[in-house]
Design a protein around this ligand. Structure first.
Ligand code: CDP
Length: 227
């Protein structure tokens, strides 16, 4: 069997990881896995069930039987419901870091993530992929940008998706998520020791993609096929 390769792309909120990870995966014909969407889906399921997303004893009642499907076309299903749009809404973004700080939730989702990376080559983005989920990943990228740059990018993205937020609200949410994500007790946001940091504040998407593809080529020999 051909050896599976794993590319981990981690970093703080709205650092542009998913945009870049999708393009890198496409260029190398790998599967893109958005682990943030999984935490967002659990957050949606908790709120939708009328449970408190700040209480672990509430959220963990949903874990047995939880089914999350990440489709090739980017759609996200949670227990059979198409949650692609709703998981980007402020009600989910504003609560997801509480859910993601719960050890029971993390362990359940990390199991699913490791399972997904077992049988295929993946580009996986998140907060803890290189540091915890896939510590043997062949390439580990830690993507950063200033908080203002990240908030500005997310604000524009929200506008294009019809999500109603002000710039100030987005900046506050990004700062809050960064704080909770990097201060939680179990499995916090941290750069893996062997990760390569890329500051994307003054880079275009294509420049970031090219920089990551260059690292992948150096480390694994894999490169995009030009036709
Ligand atoms: O795209 P954005 O940077 O806004 O966030 P995301 O990747 O969709 O992740 C949403 C939230 O899920 C993060 O703020 C974290 O609280 C949590 N998360 C995590 O804890 N671990 C991961 N591997 C991925 C996301």
């Amino acid at each position: 069997m051909k050896k599976c390769v794993a590319i981990a792309i981690d970093g703080p909120a709205a650092a542009g990881k998913s945009t870049v990870a999708k393009l890198v995966a496409k260029a190398l014909n790998m599967t893109y896995i958005d682990t943030g969407a999984m935490y967002r889906a659990v957050t949606w399921a908790t709120i939708n069930a009328g449970l408190d997303p700040k209480k672990e004893e509430d959220a963990k009642t949903l874990l047995p039987g939880l089914k999350i499907d990440l489709m090739e076309d980017g759609r996200v299903f949670c227990n059979g419901n198409d949650v692609t749009k709703i998981i980007r809404e402020p009600i989910v973004s504003g609560n997801v870091s509480y859910i993601a700080a719960m050890k029971s939730v993390r362990l359940a989702l990390i199991d699913m993530q490791r399972e997904l990376a077992k049988s295929k080559s993946v580009v996986m983005d998140g907060r803890d992929i290189g540091s915890y989920v896939l510590p043997d990943a062949e390439v580990k990228i830690f993507q950063i940008a200033s908080v203002e740059t990240r908030a500005q990018r997310r604000f524009i993205e929200n506008q294009s998706k019809g999500i109603d937020t002000t710039y100030e609200e987005v900046e506050e949410e990004v700062r809050k998520r960064d704080y909770i994500d990097s201060h939680r007790d179990f499995d916090p946001l941290v750069a893996a020791e062997d990760s390569i940091e890329i500051d994307t504040s003054f880079m275009t998407i294509q420049e970031v993609v090219d920089a990551i593809l260059k690292v992948i080529k150096e480390k694994t020999g894999l490169e995009p096929q030009c036709h």
